[in-house]
Design a protein around this ligand. Sequence first.
Ligand code: SF4
Ligand code: SF4
Length: 242
Amino acid sequence: MLLEELHKREYLDTIFNQYEELTKDQPELTSEIFIFERMVSKRVKKILKKSGQLDDVERKDLKEVIHFSSIAFTEGSLVAALRLDYCNRCGWCCENCSPIYITKKEYEEYESSDKVMIAEIKPFEEGYKFAEDRPCEHFIRKTKKCDIYNERPDVCKAFPILIKNENEYLFRPNQNCKYAVEFVVQKAITEITTCLKIREDPNFLKDLEKLLDKQIPAKEDNLDDRVKKWNKIADDLDGSLD
Ligand code: SF4
Ligand code: SF4
């Protein structure tokens, strides 16, 4: 199988099994992911056809890569975070997400803000959240804009990646979000091109490991720095995949 050029089968099976378990508790996920992966698959095939690589990938490999890319979120997945060009500014996230989580640090910054009123923020779990969401009270429906854009919380900057804890992220496939679809399309293309490259040149894997060893972001880096560093790795990787 193509993905085994880069990942151990044991790791892949763990990811697939964990997902199977999750769908037992959330059965609606099965149909959501089916539609999502169909959207991703169309885009991936189109891109591979254009680059002349579609015939190099077997159908069952393509299916596995797309499923893996849709459900496995690794730290390296942050390569696509803050890729604002993937977002079509539809506003679905601002109208439908709940809760809109605010960290303690963000709350402290909002205390001196003249745009974000702390009276509109409530304690929530370990931190805070906006009192009104679905839609968020800062969403201007007419213009589909955020009235606190430059001060919006990290959860908004990172969406469709979800911040679970500080420096811990999750991704949930979301067919309503063009960014989410494009994010997985790009992940799948990177997986495929990397695996094909390793198949053709076994030394490529060693070079890739060296590249990752040198540049992986530190635990204490904030979201913006981690994303910048991962995007730099992705650019270097793209350069070596040409
Ligand atoms: S704060 Fe702004 S970006 Fe975040 S959900 Fe509200 S409107 Fe959207
Ligand atoms: S739902 Fe996705 S595409 Fe739409 S505004 Fe939010 S991040 Fe962008």
